[in-house]
Write a protein that binds this ligand. Structure first.
Ligand SMILES: Cc1cc2nc3c(=O)[nH]c(=O)nc-3n(C[C@H](O)[C@H](O)[C@H](O)COP(=O)(O)OP(=O)(O)OC[C@H]3O[C@@H](n4cnc5c(N)ncnc54)[C@H](O)[C@@H]3O)c2cc1C
Length: 605
């Protein structure tokens, strides 16, 4: 994986060119390599050996406290020690001012080693980053700073038992807290009441405090909550109250665990139902959990999207790395296990020694498919991270285009790896045969851990609605047009290379089919008709995007003729022969506006 990571970062994305920008001038290829070295080592020593242990020794709740294995504490302490919590932040607040693409690449080692352990850290960084972008200077100094140092961890509290995909149905409320409303230096003070479900890292004792970022509705003058997403605000609700210097006051806020969720996978990561303001504690003598408003009232969802968009690239990256872990495990297994004999025109010769699994064409099919999914997924996540860098440090038209591309690719970077790197995990189990179905080999855990990724941070179906319902049509389809131009630029370059010309033509055809299907889906202007096939549309969009990245990677291989380049070109050829043609079938349903899902009667299901 390291060689692929470096190839993609340096040879394909040309990350060195970012280093001329003022924000990154202190960095060089050497400093980036040093960061990758450190992260690879810490992940190998402190995360990977304990991935199975944290799966079997699930977090448990004794009614008061959440218990985690000691190794979880040690791993997260080592991560904080590495400085990665603030990797992309300014030097002044203890950061390293790393490009986002490098941060993503470095964090990939941790996801691969143990996605359950890494999750605590990634959530904390995303939480603190949100406050850097939208909090007051004091909120940054008190909350973000202590999260970046690893003294406190953070969460994101959106979901409620009755409101998952539909955040407009949130009923957690935040009411102004009397005289404290105006006088608290940490921000306008509210009293929060409600229940938040599925909160990752929602309770633990890894750190002395937990900073919850909570979406809640501020009631109108009549005491009623506004329907829809209007009125959703964002509040900082610390588990333990703190003063304006960041010292704990010793008083518990009224945010209390109602229980832990017992999950299929990702078991090493605690996940809690949190009750706010139910009266177990009366912080500062009042009822309700104390929360501090972030930014303006009613803008909470917009601020939360800052965290969610980053989290969505991170979800994609986590899915890729689980896929990578399975790929490497099954590659090793296929090289070692012998089974079966070659079928020749003379039949099988039982006297011959058995072949290793890797010598069978069908096993190679499964290995190459995994390689195409996980390396293609890694390219996608790094490309999107580079767009984030452009957005933050680029200028003019380039930054504007990167913003648009990121908008349209966010549903893809979240959903494509979640689906296809999960498929990679399934293939890794298949290669292990019966052994893959046992807990004696790691591949079943990778699959279980990865199964979450199509569900959280906006389900697969919700991402698809976002893509076809909003992203490809917004601003008269400008973002989609920019993506199409990028794809065609690669097509034109590839057309000039005889070995790639055929693939270039196939990609141009796939893009054209996508454009036509988009128009056909919306031809009647009826969202019900267009969006009935949003998921197959997203699958085709994702496959076309990844086919583009594979062609671009093949271009970056240039005249190289080593194993790395040959491997990349083989994965590209696999993708064009076996994967891209699937897009045609998905798009046929989209373009014909197949309405079977509306037509089928409930009673027929
Ligand atoms: C392990 C885990 C960790 C999580 N961590 C967090 C966290 O830290 N913070 C947090 O706030 N939340 C978290 N979540 C919650 C997660 O984001 C939600 O589970 C997710 O948004 C889906 O909500 P739901 O479970 O209520 O499912 P529902 O919204 O009920 O969806 C069920 C199914 O219906 C489909 N569906 C729903 N609405 C529509 C629609 N309009 N059109 C088409 N299909 C639709 C969905 O795609 C899905 O397939 C976590 C969940 C899990 C399982």
């Amino acid at each position: 994986m390291r060689s692929t990571l470096e190839f993609l970062l340096f040879d394909w994305l040309g990350i060195d060119s970012l280093l001329d920008r003022p924000r990154f001038v202190e960095h060089s290829r050497e400093t980036i390599t040093a960061v990758l070295d450190t992260c690879e080592r810490v992940a190998r020593e402190k995360f990977a050996p304990f991935n199975r242990q944290v799966d079997t020794e699930e977090p448990w709740w004794d009614g008061e406290r959440v218990h985690l294995p000691r190794v979880t504490h040690d791993a997260l302490a080592a991560y904080a020690e590495s400085g990665m919590l603030a990797a992309a932040q300014d030097y002044e607040i203890g950061g390293m001012q790393l490009p986002c693409a490098v941060e993503m690449a470095a964090n990939a080692f941790f996801s691969k080693a143990s996605v359950a352990l890494a999750g605590y850290a990634f959530l904390t960084t995303a939480n603190a980053n949100l406050l850097v972008a939208h909090g007051t200077p004091l909120q940054r100094a008190v909350f973000s700073k202590n999260e970046f140092s690893g003294r406190w961890f953070g969460t994101m509290c959106l979901s409620e038992p009755q409101a998952g995909s539909s955040l407009s149905d949130l009923i957690t409320r935040a009411a102004p807290d009397g005289s404290g409303f105006q006088s608290d230096p940490l921000g306008p003070r509210y009293r929060v009441t409600g229940n938040k479900m599925w909160i990752s890292g929602g309770d633990h004792e890894l750190t002395e405090n937990i900073v919850h970022l909570v979406l809640a509705k501020i009631p109108g003058a009549d005491g009623k909550l506004l329907p829809g997403t209007r009125g959703i605000s964002l509040l900082i609700v610390p588990k333990w109250l703190v003063d304006e210097h960041g010292a704990l006051t010793g008083e518990r806020n009224d945010v209390v665990t109602g229980g832990l969720n017992h999950k299929l996978g990702l078991r090493g990561h605690s996940n809690a139902l949190l009750n706010f303001g139910e009266g177990k504690f009366t912080p500062d003598g009042g009822a309700g959990a104390i929360g501090y408003l972030v930014g303006k009232a009613g803008e909470g969802l917009r601020y939360m999207f800052h965290m969610m968009n980053e989290a969505r690239i991170s979800v994609g990256s986590g899915a890729v790395m689980l896929g990578f872990a399975g790929y490497e495990a099954s590659l090793k297994y296929a090289r070692e296990r012998a089974q079966g004999r070659p079928i020749t025109s003379a039949g099988k010769d039982a006297a011959q020694p058995p072949l290793r699994l890797i010598e069978h064409a069908d096993v190679r099919r499964m290995l190459l498919a995994q390689k195409a999914y996980v390396e293609g997924g890694l390219a996608l996540t790094l490309y999107c991270a580079l767009l984030v860098d452009d957005l933050r440090t680029g200028t003019g038209e380039q930054a504007r285009q990167s913003k648009m591309l990121l908008e349209v690719l966010t549903p893809i970077v979240k959903s494509w790896p979640s689906e296809w790197c999960l498929e990679a995990n399934s293939l890794a189990i298949q290669i292990h045969g019966g052994y893959g179905y046992t807990r004696d080999f790691p591949v079943e855990q990778y699959w279980r851990d990865n199964r979450l990724n199509m569900i959280h941070e906006g389900t697969h179906g919700i991402q698809a609605l976002d893509l076809l319902g909003r992203k490809v049509v917004m601003n008269d389809g400008k973002a989609f047009t920019v993506l199409g131009e990028r794809i065609m630029a690669s097509v034109e370059r590839a057309q000039r290379k005889p070995s790639l010309a055929l693939h270039a033509a196939e990609l141009a055809t796939a893009l054209q089919a996508l454009v036509i299907a988009t128009q056909s889906a919306w031809a009647t202007g009826q969202p019900e008709e267009a969006l009935a096939n949003a998921t197959p549309y997203m699958q085709a969009f994702g496959h076309t995007t990844v086919a583009w990245l594979w062609l671009d990677i093949a271009l970056a291989c240039g005249e190289r003729d080593d194993d790395i380049a040959r491997g990349k070109c083989s994965a590209m050829r696999y993708f064009y022969a076996y994967e891209l043609p699937k897009a045609g079938a998905w798009l046929a349903a989209v373009a014909s506006r197949n309405q079977i899902f509306h037509e089928i009667h409930e009673g027929w299901l």
